[in-house]
Design a protein around this ligand. Structure first.
Ligand code: NAD
Ligand code: MN
Length: 487
């Protein structure tokens, strides 16, 4: 099934050139069958150094720095059009590399990527400072204003669950703000970023504005430690997020972090179950559970608990499990052997600690990294199923008796990325939305990020916000200019 998918060349893209280099080679595996589809070089300090030099030079090059915003906007729209023209290849690459259903990559990943570039293209010409009146000076004696200047060279480090989308979430605002970028895709899923580099080159961005360095965590670490980078934008695990914060303590690079989650799906007794049950199933099983804001903890009224779990399990039974490239597939493999083994070990650990397995909990088939849609039940808030991010198709379900306890139950987590609420009461919807520790609350809908709505985490789910105008705050520095005019 992989034979007719054209993969881009596996090289770094630095200063407008495709280059080799690195201290190791990393195999890239098809998660649907465990076979090797290619290999990438792992960039070392020299590779990172070359990319930083190119990005710094491009940042100061008047061709980019003084480019009128509408011209930059035009380049971004041209890139969006090229992604559109190459949509089917990009969808196939994403499904081959990550394992996600082609029905999903072609309707979610690729269209979102296009949308994000178009949305942020519009910001190029809208980003402005303000004219201000000093509070301590006579009117007309001073002129004061702020400027929004690009933060500089951005190191963008992305994970494997939405390789193209998450690259766009960082690149689009960075380019709109006038920054230059070094992207490091995840070692498991490099190919869509390589295709994107081809299209960025074709769109006509000046050399060095966008650079791509391949490699694993060591390459990421080299980016984080490089003094020539002004800002790191990271999406991935909370553990690596914390290590990045420790690393940047020595030079105080700007950092934004989109990290893990253990987001609740809360079904209230008055919810429309026709909406809530399939919604809860989608929230945890879409993309094989590999979504940072997946609804992985379910809270349902005790009286309706069994009926709701049976409903979710029967929705899950309708998902055809198979390789991502099969157009019928609704549930693909998880990304790697390591992820599969880790998820199954956590299921076992949860059961050992007293959780009961309602359904699933095992590998599906014996080739590829498939896990059956699973539900664990526990009321023990210390159980691993309740606390830990599994990042797979595993729901932890907990019944509740009193509606007044639900927010505290849901908030009992070190994470705070999102929450999914189902109710037909407007009052309950607002009250719960106010009290949940979550960067995003979806009510009677789920999993629908929007480029014009900020996204990010409370607590250990991260620092800063992506998307919307908020994202641009993290790719700009505000400069205040105060000028005496009556001298
Ligand atoms: P990871 O955090 O190790 O990897 C994410 C990215 O960071 C990759 O590009 C990786 O090469 C890079 N990286 C790794 N170590 C680094 C370091 N020390 N410095 C700089 N960059 C580094 O994630 P993983 O090991 O691939 O997955 C482990 C767990 O992370 C998952 O099970 C899941 O819980 C979580 N995760 C979260 C998201 C998310 O969307 N928030 C995405 C992927 C994984
Ligand atoms: Mn890792």
């Amino acid at each position: 099934m992989t034979a007719n998918i054209e993969l881009p060349p596996s090289q770094h893209y630095i200063n407008g050139e495709w280059v080799g280099g690195g201290d190791r080679v990393i195999p890239v595996i098809n998660p649907a069958d465990g076979t090797q589809i290619g290999e990438i070089p792992s960039g070392d300090q020299h590779t990172v150094g070359a990319a930083v030099s190119a990005a710094r030079a491009a940042f100061h090059n008047p061709h980019w720095r003084n480019m009128p915003p509408m011209v930059r906007e035009g380049l971004m729209h041209r890139l969006a059009s090229l992604i559109e023209e190459n949509a089917s290849q990009l969808g196939q690459i994403e499904s081959l590399d990550n394992g996600k259903p082609i029905a999903f990559s072609s309707s979610v990943d690729v269209p979102m990527t296009i949308t994000w570039f178009r949305y942020f293209a519009g910001w190029c010409s809208k980003l402005s400072g303000k004219s201000l009146s000093p509070a301590l000076q006579p009117l007309d004696s001073h002129h004061a204003y702020t400027r929004r200047q690009p933060v500089g060279v951005v190191g963008a480090i992305v994970p494997w669950n939405f390789p193209l989308v998450l690259a766009a979430w960082k690149l689009a605002p960075a380019l709109a703000a006038g920054c230059t970028v070094i992207l490091k895709p995840a070692e498991q899923t490099p190919y869509s970023a390589l295709k994107l580099a081809e299209l960025i080159s074709e769109a006509g961005f000046p050399p060095g504005v966008f650079n791509l360095v391949l490699g694993d965590g060591q390459t990421g670490q080299a980016l984080v430690e490089h003094p020539g980078i002004n800002k790191i934008s990271f999406t991935g695990s909370t553990a690596v997020g914390k290590s990045i914060v420790r690393s940047v303590a020595h030079d105080l690079k700007r950092v934004t972090l989109e990290l893990g989650g253990k987001s609740p799906t809360i079904i209230l007794p008055d919810a429309d179950m026709e909406l809530a049950i399939p919604g809860a199933a989608q929230a945890v099983y879409a993309n094989a559970g590999q979504i940072c804001f997946a609804g992985t903890r379910l809270f349902a009224p005790r009286k309706q608990f069994d009926r709701i779990l049976e409903g979710i399990a029967s929705v899950a039974e309708t998902f055809k499990i198979g390789p991502g490239l099969d157009p019928e597939t609704l549930l693909g493999p998880v990304v790697s052997q390591k992820q599969m083994d880790g998820i199954l070990a956590r299921v076992d650990d949860s059961v050992r600690h007293g959780a009961s397995l309602f359904t699933g909990g095992t590998r599906h088939g014996d080739s590829g990294y498939f896990i059956s849609p699973s539900i664990l039940v526990t009321e023990d808030r210390q159980n691993p199923a309740f606390r830990e991010e599994f990042f797979g198709p595993v729901l932890c379900a907990t019944p509740y008796d009193d509606l007044n306890d639900v927010a505290a139950l849901a908030n009992d987590s070190s994470y705070g990325l999102a929450a999914h609420v189902y109710t037909s009461s407007l009052q309950q919807a607002h009250q719960l939305s106010n009290s949940l520790d979550a960067g995003t609350v979806w009510v009677n809908t789920q999993l629908s990020p929007d480029p014009n709505i900020p996204f990010g985490g409370f607590k250990q789910s991260g620092w800063g916000r992506e998307n919307a105008e908020d994202a641009l705050d993290h790719y700009t520095e505000t400069k205040s200019v105060i000028m005496k005019v009556d001298c």
